[in-house]
Each structure stands twice: as C-alpha cells, then as structure tokens.
Design a protein around this ligand. Structure first.
Ligand code: RIB
Length: 305
C-alpha cells in the first residue's frame, strides 16, 4: 500500500443549498480529499487549523487513520468558508471567505513525510505548491489542483508547477480559463503540451473527462435520488482517484480508468449529505457495490465487425 501525502485546507464551512443549511461544519479541500483516500490507502495530511478547531473533528480524522503529524495548530481562528447553491447545484456562490490562519500557511513537510509514493498538491498558492515539491523526494505520481484565483493571478508560477506534475485535476471552468479556449479538447492539448501527462476535467453533474496523449476517457456522474450538498465533491473525487492509484501502485491505462470510477463513486457519496456526513458512515462494501453499479451504468455491447 503506497503512502499518499496531501497538502491543502482544513476549514469550517457554512453552507446553504435548496435542501438545507449547516453552520461551521467540517470542510476544506484536504479534509474531503484525505477522508476519501483513507478508504484505499494511508494518508499523511499537511494543513493548518486555529485554536478554535473542534477536537471532535481531529478525532474523526484520526478515526480514519489519517496521519495528523503535519496538521499544524496555530494561534488564531481556523479558515472559514461560507457558500450557497441554487437549484442548479453545479456551482457554489461564495458568500464569505475568512482565511484566518490559512493566510500565512507555509507548508513544512516533516522528515517522515518526505518520501511519499503519491503527492496531491491541493488548491493553494502555486509558489507554495513549488515549495512543497522542493521539500520531498520526487514521488512516483504527483497531482495538483488549482482555481481561477491562481489561474488569473499567478499564471506563470502555475505553469511552472505544471511542468513538474503528472496529473492536473481541475473543473471545466478552470480548464477553459487556463487553456484560454472554450473547447475542452483544444484546452487539453494546450495543457498537456506544458507538462502534465494527464488532464482530468471535473464537470459536476456531467461527470469527468480524462485526457492524455493517447486517449480520452469519460465517466458520467452517478445518477442519484438525493443530492443535498455538492461541497467537496471535486476534492473527494481526487481523493478516491489518487487513493486507489496509491493503493495499487499500478499506473496502467486500465488502472487509471478504474481510479476515475473510484473517484466518481466517492464523490457520489459525498453529495448525498452535508459536510462529510455520508463519508463518515460509509463502508468499503458500499464503495465496491457502487463501483459495480457504475460498470453496469456505462456498459454497452460492441456492434461487432
Ligand atoms: O473544496 C471544497 C472546500 O472549498 C471551500 O474552501 C470550503 O472549505 C470547502 O469545504
């Protein structure tokens, strides 16, 4: 089982969707990512929280066997995010962001974490992503996320990061902004020419596309009776995807496709409830069962010669 290192945010979220609202619940990109990945492999987490971060959340992350040696607790308040969704549920409207201790976060990689098999650089300043890369022995697989704020504000630093990574995992809006084109196929060609071997484009309810120089693979989002809160779905996808690849150590195109489906399966559970509430009560048998349902959902016969 490979070691997976993640750097990103741990937050307290206040979220409103047409199906309810929650206040100051557990959130953050690294939280969703590491919880999803913990169903497949062992995870080391690098993040920062303030003095006010509830002990029960630490206990939850520990219960998932996530290594928290790299979870810094600093004087001040934990990062807070407030968002709302319309009936569309595809895009969050950010109502308030309080970076608090996250504003001065400078990830320090403990010696014990410095040789991961897989590294996920969550959505932080690209200069910090580069700094993390310099602190570790080059893992077999490096993936990263980003957002429009960095695409527009620190484009050169971001392109520099992309030269050093294997997989870029972003949503369709971010991909179009980075590739400066509305056509995702053209965007993928542009981005792949600049470094990453694979580009994964998350398209919310439309699923996900994976591009590399040989092929394109697509998976739908799993059709669900109840979608209550899409927060963290993309991070959960990345956690399932990289968790599975870290666990198997296999980088074949078959394994990459399975990983896409495991990522989609994990994201489909996250959106069924607010915060990490569905992931908290998930067991591996449910993950396998939904993986198999996915296979049935997307299977069709060849028309023959
Ligand atoms: O990526 C999801 C996270 O982004 C926002 O920053 C929230 O903290 C939320 O949990």
């Amino acid at each position: 089982m490979g070691k997976l290192l993640v750097v990103g945010s741990v937050a307290l979220d206040t979220v409103k969707t047409p199906f309810g609202e929650v206040t100051e619940v557990l959130g953050g990109s690294a939280t969703y990512f590491s919880t999803a990945a913990s169903y497949f492999t062992s995870v080391d987490l690098i993040a920062v929280v303030g003095e006010d971060f509830p002990e029960q959340h630490v206990a939850f992350l520990k219960s998932r066997k996530i290594d928290l040696m790299g979870l810094e607790r600093r004087p001040g308040a934990t990062f807070r995010w407030k968002g709302a969704y319309s009936h569309q549920l595809n895009e969050a409207q950010t109502l308030d962001t309080r970076l608090n201790v996250f504003e001065t976060f400078r990830p320090k990689i403990p010696a014990q974490y410095s040789s991961p098999d897989v590294l996920f650089l969550g959505n932080i300043d690209p200069n910090l992503q580069l700094d993390v890369l310099q602190q570790v022995k080059r893992p077999a697989l490096v993936a990263c996320d980003t957002m429009n704020f960095w695409i527009n504000g620190k484009r050169d630093a971001l392109w520099n990061v992309l030269q050093h990574i294997d997989v870029l995992i972003i949503n369709d809006g971010e991909a179009r902004a980075l590739g400066e084109d509305s056509n995702l196929v053209k965007v993928a060609k542009k981005i792949l020419a600049r470094g990453p071997k694979h580009l994964i484009v998350k398209r919310g309810e439309y699923g996900v596309l994976m591009f590399n120089d040989k092929q394109v693979f697509g998976a739908p989002a799993f059709p669900l009776d109840d979608v209550r809160d899409p927060t963290g779905a993309g991070d959960t996808f990345a956690g399932g995807f990289l968790g599975y690849l870290a666990a198997t150590g296999n980088r074949s195109s078959e394994a990459m496709r399975q990983a896409i489906i495991f990522g989609s399966v994990m994201a489909s559970f996250t959106v069924e409830a607010f915060s990490l509430d569905r992931l908290r009560i998930l067991d591996y048998k449910e993950i396998e069962a939904r993986f198999k349902e996915f296979k049935r959902l997307t299977h069709f016969e060849d028309i023959g010669a």
